[in-house]
Structure formats: structure tokens, C-alpha cells
Design a protein around this ligand. Structure first.
Ligand code: GLU
Length: 562
């Protein structure tokens, strides 16, 4: 076969040579050991939470080593592409603080542009490059055109036929039959190709696999360890009939030219790895290092591990912001899942930012990590508890503006008042952990606003209503706004003995039967009257924020309601 001629017939318009392309992508000038990594999402309009795993790993490895982290948009599947999805994706990634040194970016008009010298970073704009390498492979007899007939194409689109093929049992005979069919595709003459082309028949370009699946290749994945995979004998499609590359081909060409040292991607790509290894060899490219990240799992209702799929709660990255999780919390949560020693480090270095943590490939788990909202909530609570009232105010207001106009109005109406509420219990060694998300700010502050205030909890029936009345009347009679918290509490204690309640918890515990209740119960009466709830932040502070008039008014209306 005259491969030169075949290449010319298939790619008459390709005039550039691989050498010319290579010259456009010179080696990067980076320090020894610097890693070049990329995040390479497909813009389908949905950013999966799982995408934070390879991107975080890529970002950390590149930036910890003085390397480069870039963003490549893999938009070769027009069927799955959604308008504006790439732009939305870039914005979402920015919210998570993923800093790309180069790659697809947004210009001042919010349109996609290239930042960096190794682009274009959008695969749909790299068509001419793929074709140069496709032509090279054909010239070297490593790839060939496969003309599928109209009928065959039809059969592929005929769902009954597809189902029929699918339903067939996988037997050695069927395997042999398919293999023979595949091998048959390789047999053609230049004349036949010319005829097909003259008739305008479309073709796909396939690689001419030279592997024997009975032989195994030893391969070391930096996460999975050394694995054995069968050699590839599948003539994988490199260019689809519209000339657009498949993921496999684009991966090899782009990661080579862009100088990726570490390919970090989901483990769903492991089964194609032997094809990629072959393709890099065919193209004469040096194989990058690979890290295949385990899939994120969740527990189903029966306690079985399942893949976190698109429809599952927590799968859509945009939902976190909507629910009021800070990106900081989500990032830290992801880090706890990625590196088993992160939490220990964080406990020892509570003030240091996440980026100071020495991220290590060796500490990554080879098996799937389990998604767990409780753990995320825990991480988030801790983070929010360390924020100042000003920080909480700003973030909650920004969130509310997008998601809860009512809350935004209340916060904005009197910032100083809102900040006073948010400041309760902050700043000390053991800050309160009332907030898990920004959405929790509303239920947390609502009882401080008269138009929102509503009784929520009730006092247990076991407490004599007369005692409650007497206690609250005594409070009203003795309340002095200028009392400090010690004097204030002494006054609450003083309410107890005449009612048969114990003013000291210690004494009460020694003989609970001797009393109707204790000082904590009396405080609780007041708490329910003033805040409408059994649980609230420090009551002394609450009352001072509300002010004397509103406090006593609330007590008075509560008394009326009894
Ligand atoms: N576009 C591929 C995906 O979204 C990228 C895989 C890779 O990182 O190589 O799965």
C-alpha cells in the first residue's frame, strides 16, 4: 500500500508538517521537577462535584512544584455541548478559587479567550493540528480510513438493531466474528479509497492496533500503583466522520503539545489506557505520568456503595453555592477526602490556609471515597465559626442577594444591628457553631426582627403556668439594663427560691426531688418568652441587643398568651 498517497488522498488540505506544529509548542522553561497539569472538562452544562477532585489535585501538584496548571475545554462532542456552558464552567471554577495559569479564560466581555502560549485551549479550535498528526499516522501506516456504508450507518441508528446487537450473548464465537469484521475493515485498496472519496462517502480514521491482548503491559499509575493491562488490539477511532477527533486522539496530541507532565483524570478512563499508551508510541510522543482518581461513591438507602451519579444530591457543583455552602468549606471537604492526613495537619495548623498543606500523591486512596453531607457540614460549621461577624455579614448578604431577597433586605436595612447579632459567641476559643451554611443565617437571626419574630418552641407542660408567670413578672420588676452579666444572673437566681426552684445547679443535682426545678428552667422560661425558642445564643447578650423595651414587651405578650 502506498501510504504516502493514501495520506494525500485523505488529507489533501493538510500542508503543515508535525515539525512545524512542534515548533509552535516549544518545551516550557520550568524548574526541575515542576509539574504541568491540566483540568480538561467537557462543557455539557453540568459541572459535576467530582470534577473538583482532579482539578484540585492538578492545581496543588502544579503550584506546589512551581509548575503550570491550565484549563483545556474539551468540546469535541457537539451533541453534548450546551451554549454558554464553557463560560459558566469557567465562572464556577473561579468561584472555587481554582487558579489557572493559562488556558481557556474569559475576556472583559465574558467571552472565551485564550490566555497563554500553548493554545488554542478549546479543542474545537484545534482541528488543523489533529489533522496534521492524523496525516502523519496514515503516512506511516499506523492509521487507516474506515468507510462505513450507508446501510451500516443506518443500522447503527436503528435502535432495534442496536438492542439486538446488545442482547446477543458474549461468546467466543461472537468475539471471533467481531474480530474478523474489524480485521476486514483493514483490507482495502487505494482504488477503493479513491472511489469512496469520489462518491463523497464519509470515513472515520482508525488506528491500526498492533497489540496482542494475551500479552500484558505493566503500567504504574501514581495513584493505583502498578497494574497489568492487556495490550490493545482495538482499532480505536481517532477522527470521527466529521473530521473531529475522539477524546483518545485529542488527549494524546494536546497533552503532548501542551507539555502536560501528569494526566490526572477519572478512573473511568483506565480501560482506554492501553490505547492511549499505543497512541503515544505511534505518534512518537513521550508518555506522561498518569493518575486515575477513584470515583466518588455514596451510600444508597440499603447502605450499599453507589457511584455518585448526575442525578444524586450533591452531584451538581452549582448546588453547593445555592444551598449556601462557601467554596472554602467545599474545598476543605474535598481535601479531607483527597489526602488522608489533611485533617491531622489542619488540627495542628488551624490558622494556616489550605494551600500551605503539603499535598502528597502517596496519601491518596486508590479506592473510591465516600461522599458524606454530614462530614461536609462538620467542616463547614468549623470554618464559619471562625469567621468574624463582619465576614459572616458580607458573605451572607452576598448569598442572600442571589438566593433570599427577604434576608438580604433585613441584613441591609441595619448592618450594625445584624452584625451585633452575628457577633454573639464569636471570637473566643470555643466559638458557637450555629451556622453550617449562609442559608442558616436567616433562622439564626430571625427572632431578632420583630416582623419575623414568632413563637417556635413551647415550655413543657410539666412546669406550672403560675410559676412561669411569677418568674417572668419578677424578671420584669427587677430588670435593669445597666446590670452586668453577673448581677443580671444573680437576679435570675434570686427569682428561684420563692418559687421553690433551686438557684444553684450543683445543689439541685444533689437532690432534684427537693425542688420544682432549677435556675436553668427559669432562664428557659425567659428564653422562650424573649426568643420564642428553647435554644438561643447567650440570653444576656440577646436581651441587650433587643433592648429593654422590646425585651419587656415580648415578655408581656408572652405572659398574656399563657
Ligand atoms: N474531557 C474529559 C472528561 O471530561 C477529560 C478527561 C481527562 O482529564 O483527560 O472526562
Amino acid at each position: 500500500m502506498d501510504y504516502e498517497l493514501l495520506a494525500e488522498l485523505l488529507f489533501p488540505n493538510v500542508t503543515k508538517t508535525p515539525e512545524e506544529i512542534e515548533a509552535m509548542y516549544p518545551p516550557r522553561n520550568l524548574p526541575e521537577g515542576a509539574k504541568v497539569t491540566r483540568f480538561a472538562p467537557s462543557p455539557t452544562g453540568f459541572v459535576h462535584f467530582g470534577g473538583l477532585f482532579p482539578s484540585t489535585v492538578g492545581e496543588r501538584l502544579a503550584h506546589q512544584s512551581g509548575g503550570v496548571f491550565y484549563l483545556r475545554i474539551e468540546d469535541t462532542d457537539a451533541k453534548r455541548e450546551v451554549d454558554g456552558a464553557a463560560e459558566a464552567l469557567i465562572n464556577t471554577l473561579a468561584e472555587y478559587g481554582l487558579h489557572f495559569d493559562e488556558g481557556a479564560a474569559l475576556d472583559e466581555n465574558g467571552k472565551i479567550c485564550d490566555k497563554g502560549a500553548y493554545g488554542p485551549y478549546k479543542q474545537s479550535e484545534r482541528g488543523f493540528i489533529y489533522h496534521v498528526y492524523a496525516k502523519k499516522l496514515v503516512k506511516e501506516g499506523k492509521a487507516y480510513p474506515c468507510f462505513t456504508t450507508e446501510e451500516e450507518l443506518e443500522a447503527l441508528h436503528d435502535t432495534d438493531k442496536k438492542a439486538e446487537i446488545k442482547a446477543r450473548e458474549w461468546t467466543p464465537e461472537l468475539e471471533a466474528e467481531q474480530k474478523a469484521a474489524m480485521l476486514k475493515q483493514r483490507e482495502f485498496t487505494i482504488e477503493e479509497v479513491k472511489e469512496h472519496l469520489a462518491a463523497g462517502h464519509p470515513f472515520v480514521l482508525r488506528m491500526l492496533a498492533d497489540g496482542d491482548p494475551d500479552r500484558k503491559i505493566k503500567f504504574t499509575d501514581l495513584i493505583k500503583g502498578t497494574i497489568e493491562i492487556p495490550e490493545n488490539d482495538k482499532d480505536e477511532v481517532l477522527l470521527k466522520s466529521d473530521g473531529i477527533p475522539t477524546y483518545h486522539f485529542a488527549h494524546a496530541v494536546d497533552d503532548h503539545l501542551m507539555g502536560t507532565t501528569h494526566v490526572i483524570r477519572g478512573e473511568e478512563w483506565l480501560p482506554s489506557l492501553s490505547r492511549h499508551i499505543m497512541l503515544f508510541r505511534f505518534l512518537g510522543f513521550r508518555l506522561p505520568k498518569y493518575m486515575h482518581i477513584s470515583q466518588i461513591m455514596r451510600l444508597d438507602e440499603n447502605g450499599n456503595k453507589k457511584k455518585l451519579s448526575k442525578r444524586d444530591m450533591g452531584a451538581n457543583l452549582s448546588d453547593y453555592a445555592k444551598k449556601g455552602y462557601s467554596a472554602e468549606a467545599v474545598n476543605e471537604y474535598v481535601m479531607t477526602l483527597l489526602n488522608s492526613n489533611y485533617e491531622e495537619w489542619h488540627t495542628a495548623n488551624p490558622e494556616k490556609p489550605l494551600t500551605d498543606f503539603p499535598f502528597s500523591i502517596r496519601k491518596m486512596s486508590g479506592s473510591g471515597c465516600l461522599f458524606d453531607f454530614e462530614k461536609l457540614n462538620d467542616v463547614s460549621k468549623n470554618i464559619l465559626s471562625k469567621k468574624t461577624a463582619d465576614e459572616v455579614y458580607d458573605a451572607a448578604l452576598a448569598w442572600a442577594k442571589e438566593n433570599d431577597a427577604d434576608l438580604a433586605d433585613h441584613l441591609a436595612a441595619d448592618p450594625a444591628y445584624a452584625k451585633k447579632i452575628l457577633a454573639i459567641g464569636r471570637g473566643g476559643k470555643k466559638p458557637r457553631k450555629d451556622l453550617t451554611t449562609w442559608a442558616d443565617v436567616k433562622p439564626y437571626i430571625r427572632q431578632f426582627y420583630d416582623d419575623w419574630f414568632a413563637p417556635i418552641d413551647v415550655i413543657d407542660e410539666k412546669f406550672d403556668r403560675d410559676d412561669i408567670k411569677k418568674a417572668l413578672t419578677a424578671f420584669t420588676d427587677t430588670y435593669d439594663e445597666t446590670d452586668d452579666s453577673a448581677v443580671w444572673f444573680d437576679k435570675i437566681k434570686a427569682i428561684c427560691p420563692p418559687l421553690g426552684y433551686c438557684p444553684e445547679m450543683k445543689l439541685y443535682k444533689q437532690d432534684p426531688t427537693a425542688y420544682k426545678g432549677h435556675v436553668g428552667d427559669v432562664s428557659m422560661f425567659l428564653r422562650v418568652a424573649v426568643t420564642g425558642m428553647l435554644n438561643s445564643p447567650d440570653l444576656y447578650e440577646v436581651i441587650h441587643i433587643l433592648g429593654k423595651e422590646r425585651t419587656l414587651n415580648r415578655v408581656a405578650s408572652f405572659l398574656k398568651s399563657l
